[in-house]
Design a protein around this ligand. Structure first.
Ligand code: ZN
Ligand code: MG
Length: 483
């Protein structure tokens, strides 16, 4: 031993101090308010009440019931509930809407426990149930199980599978094969680790279930359902007016949520679809396209499904109008490529291109009119002569500028040529024999005319292997294989 007695005493004292400090730091139980909780939080479950209507709720009863367990209760709302709700003294109010005069909202200061339960309005506490859910989560053998749900009331929960196709802006629900619960139908208490909840970009978005399930699915999280149910409070049914108001609010909230989450189409378990993207009366989902690369491609996504749907509709409408008028037209560029590859618009394309015989322009009353000034047809499509050059554009509507481009070609000798060239790779002259005859092909949910020997036509325009090797329109900017 080379340690002398005074040194040994000093070392022991330091060690004891460190030990006492660590014990105090890790001790479970309430910590001083407004200071961040220790990493991982203190043991226990905080109940968060988030989904409720300001004009009609059971907030006071629900909060009282859980506060009596006792567990910490947090009411989370944009602004203080109005009319005011008499909350138990131990409940805290988490205001989510930033206020210029106050510090920013910090949920982590309100939820200090290791676990958090999102509880629907009108739920009643039941002894040991939250604890059982917490155990079910911590005892799950796999790291993917991050959510535990328990039903509220007598209606059982229905488990659904949920796949979120980010690139396609689509959330797809389907009946869940055994053991793969990723979303629920029905009222449920949802329990998870506080750090998981607060690591989500939208931890307290409403409706709580839809918001959590989509974010969980994107992270590969699973959901486990415990059988025991929380009692539901007896509540007077809403008046017809109240019901209507609640439905309207729910619809608005759902729209806002899905737009925030980047979902423009939901495919429900029964096959029905809900759309949240652009319509005739809204603007196009993406801005002006530069260098043939729309903004969504740079964000790693493909054409929003609403836009593809509107483009298909516009293409079928224009094709029908041209055929009715006897205008000779054919699928051009990327649209022909899509038709040959999959009978449809390429899933990342942003417009439809048709070639037409310049001599036929006068046969179509809308094209003839558009030559002078933009004109809206009976179905609300807007026909105009492009300001960019000698070609025509048919927009989905006056507001939504998704469009079909019509390129007037004329024969010079045996070669088809035109007057405006945009410098795209596929923008080249071609022998007229490709149009003699034109042939019908499936396209965009209908049939459209295409050059004969479309493969050779495409290779002339895009280069060899164009059909077999899909590529983004401007590979110098963004390559398909990198996505
Ligand atoms: Zn759209
Ligand atoms: Mg195009």
């Amino acid at each position: 031993m080379c340690l002398r007695l005074p040194q040994a005493v000093l070392a022991l004292a330091i060690a004891l101090n460190v030990l006492v400090f660590l014990c105090a730091w890790l001790r479970p139980g309430p910590s001083p308010r407004r200071r961040p909780p220790p990493r991982g939080g203190v043991p226990g479950v905080t109940v968060v009440l988030r989904d409720f209507e300001a004009f009609e709720n059971d907030l006071a009863g629900t909060a009282r019931s859980f506060a009596a367990l006792p567990v910490p209760v947090v009411v989370a709302a944009e602004t203080p509930p109005y009319p005011p709700v008499p909350l138990p003294a131990s409940a805290s109010l988490l205001l989510l809407q930033p206020d210029a005069a106050r510090p920013p909202p910090r949920p982590e200061l309100h939820v200090r426990t290791r676990h958090v339960a999102l509880v629907p309005d009108g739920t009643r506490a039941a002894p040991a149930l939250l604890e059982n859910m917490r155990k079910a989560l911590e005892e799950a053998a796999d790291n993917a199980t991050r959510l535990v749900a328990a039903p509220v009331g007598s209606r059982p929960l229905r488990c659904l599978d949920l796949r979120v196709e980010r690139r396609e802006w689509t959330a797809r629900y389907s009946p869940a094969p055994p053991g793969t619960c990723r979303a629920l139908e029905g009222d449920a208490v949802l329990l998870l680790r506080t750090r998981d909840l607060l690591a989500l970009p939208f931890p307290l978005a409403r409706p709580v279930g839809a918001a959590l399930f989509v974010q969980a699915a994107l992270r590969g999280w699973r959901l486990r359902v415990t059988p025991a149910a929380f009692p539901a409070a007896r509540r007077a049914p809403l008046s017809p007016r109240g019901r209507r108001k609640a439905q309207e609010l729910a619809e608005t909230r759902r729209r806002r949520l899905l737009s925030e989450l980047g979902v423009k189409r939901e495919v429900l378990a029964d096959g029905r679809e809900r759309w949240y993207g652009c319509r005739k009366d809204t603007a196009r989902c993406f801005g002006t396209v530069h260098a043939q690369t729309p903004e969504y491609l740079l964000a790693g996504r493909w054409t929003p499904p609403c836009c593809l749907r509107a483009l298909r509709e516009t293409a079928r409408h224009v094709v029908a109008a041209l055929e009715a008028a006897g205008v000779r037209y054919w699928l051009e560029g990327g649209s022909l490529l899509g038709a040959v590859r999959l009978g449809d618009i390429i899933p990342w394309d942003y417009d439809v291109d048709l070639g037409i015989y310049r001599d036929d322009v006068g046969k179509c009353r809308w094209l003839a009119a558009a030559a002078a000034a933009p004109v809206e047809d009976a179905e609300g499509f807007l026909w105009e002569k492009a300001v960019e050059g000698e070609f025509y554009r048919v927009h989905y509507s006056r507001s939504n500028r998704l469009h079909v481009d019509l390129w007037p070609f004329y024969a010079r000798g045996e070669v088809m040529t035109k007057d405006t060239w945009l410098g795209h790779r596929q923008d080249v002259e071609f022998p007229e024999r490709f149009l003699k005859p034109r042939v019908p092909v499936p396209f965009a949910g209908g049939t459209a005319m295409a050059p004969n020997n479309a493969r050779a036509f495409l290779e002339l325009k895009f280069g060899a292997g164009a059909v077999e090797r899909p590529e983004y329109p401007n590979p110098a900017l963004k390559r398909l294989e990198r996505d």
